[in-house]
Ligand binder design. Sequence first.
Ligand SMILES: Cc1cc2nc3c(=O)[nH]c(=O)nc-3n(C[C@H](O)[C@H](O)[C@H](O)COP(=O)(O)O)c2cc1C
Length: 170
Amino acid sequence: MPEAVSLATVDAEEFPAARMVLVKGTDERGVVFYTNVNSNKGRHLRANGKTAICAWWIDTATQVRLRGIVEEVTTAEADAYFATRPRISRLGAWASDQSEEIPGREVLEARVEEYARKYPGEDIPRPPHWTGFRLIPDEIEFWREGAYRLHDRLLYEREGTGWKTKVLSP
Ligand SMILES: Cc1cc2nc3c(=O)[nH]c(=O)nc-3n(C[C@H](O)[C@H](O)[C@H](O)COP(=O)(O)O)c2cc1C
């Protein structure tokens, strides 16, 4: 996966929303990203785990699309990743009510200062509102650019314990 991907969620009115997130783990189970569970995306994901990711590699002209359901990572997994973040990023996770309106940037900076005083050292606990989600794909589509827009598309659909493949028209 690239460093960052587009993540799509759906709100209560079934209106989709997409934004970039950093990919912090990829393995046979799925793709992990971290966020604030009270953010728009966090609330969407907790209400409706149906999610899609779209990734693009410009060098190889390759797109990968995933669709599936998210699960939350374990607290141990979230704690371990949170501990790797730089101190200011960890303080920022406390300071930012992600997706909420604020009167101005100075409010955010004052909150970072407030948490810096509260946690003066490196020992900063993970905020309860900050964790990771793993998208477990049911569909994975690989798209590779072809000449004259005759692109290659290969769709993997989960079937039982394996996958069935389909070639799609571009
Ligand atoms: C390259 C890039 C990477 C980002 N990575 C994350 C991330 O890992 N987690 C996150 O919560 N927001 C990340 N953001 C910010 C989100 O795109 C988004 O602005 C924010 O999470 C609020 O989204 P929401 O209001 O839809 O919840 C990233 C933005 C960019 C441009």
